[in-house]
Design a protein. Structure first.
Length: 117
């Protein structure tokens, strides 16, 4: 009887640990929000990755990586990349924006039109 109780407790604790690990592992994925072309939402710019790619937090919750439609700024490591990133940080860093999703690129990023509020 004692061994059966110990075994049941071990199974329960193992299941509980697995459930906690699954919740923790999916915690980041739950924060990322899927968006579709045609959607419009308000957000705050959290991070400027480079001149045309930003991370935003939607006012309804969740984070989205966005890329500006019609803009091809140099990557941070390319010539003028640092200047492009700094300029983008000055214009949109930490600001509230209106985001209109135009398409989803092959990297899975939302390609958007952006309006600073």
């Amino acid at each position: 009887m004692h061994n059966a109780l110990r075994r049941s407790a071990g199974i329960f604790l193992g299941a509980l640990l697995l459930a906690f690990a699954a919740t923790s592992a999916s915690g980041q994925a739950q924060e990322d929000v899927l968006v579709e072309p045609g959607q419009t939402f308000t957000a705050r710019v959290l991070e400027v990755t480079d001149g045309d790619t930003y991370d935003v937090r939607r006012s309804a919750g969740g984070e989205v990586t966005i890329r500006l439609h019609g803009v091809d700024a140099p990557e941070s490591a390319q010539p003028y990349g640092t200047a492009a990133t700094q300029a983008a940080r000055r214009y949109v860093g930490g600001k509230d924006v209106r985001v209109t999703v135009e398409e989803i690129c092959h990297y899975g990023r939302a390609v958007v039109r952006l309006e600073v509020k």
